[in-house]
Ligand binder design. Structure first.
Ligand SMILES: *Cc1c(COP(=O)(O)O)cnc(C)c1O
Length: 465
């Protein structure tokens, strides 16, 4: 039976010369289409051998066209984030402001004065403009921007403490996510980790007792994705800075997210700011561009000029340097802080600042439209939006969500969630209490129509319509 089906599969030649693939042959060339058709047929042969029925000629052609469309689509694809998690690492972290997008577009489109001084015509530094912005915003003497915060730490530790000991409290020798661990970064930078104190309590004397003539740095890392509660004691930055000054050892502070606006203004716990680290006198502070800062992927280093200069001169600086489009959009993002427009212009802060009543009104509008068009069982329910991205662990904002019960449509919450993910503009939601929950807080206003369409199409797919 199977060998009969196998023999009856069309040849590569027959599929490729069919009328439906003529356009593809024209655009991509015959060779590429032959190669893709071979792949599709080989796959079908395996499935038939495993007992599946043979597809029709039309289905085979559609599979080839599907493969071509998938390959030709720009990737990553835009999705709608309805999870309520504002900085979602798997969904690309911070959406950019209009100005940040325009800036990247402008320098990507043509040439720029990336490394030329227009006054003299001589070579300039790609960091110059960012440096002056960061100095004004954080109060630091100097600044350097690299590819991401992980790279910033690797550079900082390599340049200042390779071959030497770095003192870290046990409570901060943490894994940040994606397997990125402080002890591993230290090892990779050629440093020896000296851990002091205990997981929950560390005093400044613990650091002082561990100092040797071979100590290269004190490293403080913000525990950005978990919280230690109860019987705890952490060393204040100022105390560590004082010890650093006495011993001539630089204090390096990995802030993780590094909020440039005070999070407590929005009813959240206080997230450490680079401004505070600089005011406390740390040697260098490190933070990400695409977490609470709300810009592109980048690693930002601010601090004492003498230390920043050592980083700039290290060979790794070139290996981890920032590209021109990220540089342009980061500059535009930082300008929003300089001009007091951050909350209005940067999507991350707009989402954090969104009035729960406005969020509720959007959920209400979605609910009415979906119920009217599909007859689905919808409701608007209280929800909590999370900050995410390793910022403010456990901290949430009161919000509202659209709740869709798949009961009427013959599906399950899981199948509806999956159908939502498989729409032309995928929608990412979550399941709570056996219903699909979609939080408008993280859905950009211009996505409202696409969102409703995707929900209706997903509900239709559920009921087989
Ligand atoms: C997120 C984070 C990092 C890594 O930053 P990337 O910009 O993702 O490389 C490092 N340290 C801490 C504490 C973090 O939260």
């Amino acid at each position: 039976m199977n060998s009969y089906q196998l023999r009856n599969l069309p040849s590569v030649e027959r599929v490729v010369s069919g009328q439906p693939l003529a356009g593809a042959v024209e655009s991509y060339g015959r060779e590429r289409v032959v190669e893709l058709t071979r792949e599709v047929l080989a796959n079908i042969r395996r499935q038939v051998l495993a007992g599946a029925g043979a597809p029709s000629a039309d289905e085979i052609t559609r599979a080839v066209l599907g493969l071509i469309a998938g390959l030709a689509a720009p990737s990553p694809h835009p999705v709608i984030n309805a999870t309520g998690v504002i900085i979602h690492t798997n969904l690309g972290r911070a959406p950019l402001s209009q100005a940040a997008l325009a800036a990247a577009d402008a320098v990507g489109r043509g040439y720029s004065d990336l490394e030329i001084d227009l006054d003299t015509g001589r070579r300039g530094s790609r960091q110059a403009h960012l440096q002056s912005l960061l100095q004004r915003i954080t109060g630091a003497e100097a600044a350097l921007v690299v590819n991401n915060n992980a790279a910033a730490l690797l550079l900082g530790l390599s340049a200042l403490a390779a071959g030497r000991e770095v003192i870290v409290t046990r409570g901060e020798a943490v894994e940040i996510g994606g397997g990125f661990r402080i002890p591993d970064v230290l090892r990779q930078s050629g440093c020896t980790l000296v851990d002091v104190g205990t997981t929950n309590r560390t005093y400044v004397r613990d650091y002082a007792d561990a100092v040797t003539e071979n100590t290269g740095a004190f490293l403080k890392a913000h525990a950005s994705n978990f919280r230690v509660a109860g019987f705890t004691a952490a060393v204040a930055e100022r105390d560590l800075v004082e010890l650093g000054a006495r011993t001539g050892i630089p204090v390096l502070h990995d802030l993780g997210s590094g909020a440039l606006l005070p999070t407590e203004r929005y009813g959240l716990a206080h997230e450490p700011t680079p401004q505070e680290s600089i005011a406390a006198g740390v040697g260098l502070a490190f933070f990400s561009g695409d977490k609470l800062l709300g810009g592109p992927q980048a690693g930002i280093i601010v601090g004492q000029r003498e230390l920043v200069t050592r980083l700039e001169r290290h060979p790794l600086a070139r290996a981890v340097r920032i590209d021109k489009m990220s540089l342009a959009s980061l500059t535009a993002t930082l300008t929003h802080y300089l001009t007091g427009q951050a909350e209005a212009a940067i999507p991350v802060w707009r989402m954090i600042a969104a009035d729960p009543l406005a969020v509720r009104a959007r959920a209400d509008a979605w609910s009415k439209a979906i119920a009217a068009a599909s007859g689905a069982e919808t409701a608007v329910v209280p929800a909590r939006s999370a900050i995410g991205g390793g910022s403010l662990p456990g901290e949430t904002l009161p919000s509202w969500a659209l709740s869709i019960s798949p009961n009427g449509s013959g599906g399950t919450p899981e199948s509806l969630l999956s159908a939502l993910r498989n729409q032309p503009t995928p929608v990412i939601g979550r399941i709570e209490e056996d219903t699909v929950r979609l939080d408008p807080r993280t859905v950009l206003p211009e996505q409202d129509d696409a969102m409703k369409q995707a929900i209706l199409a997903a509900l239709g797919a559920q009921s087989g319509a």
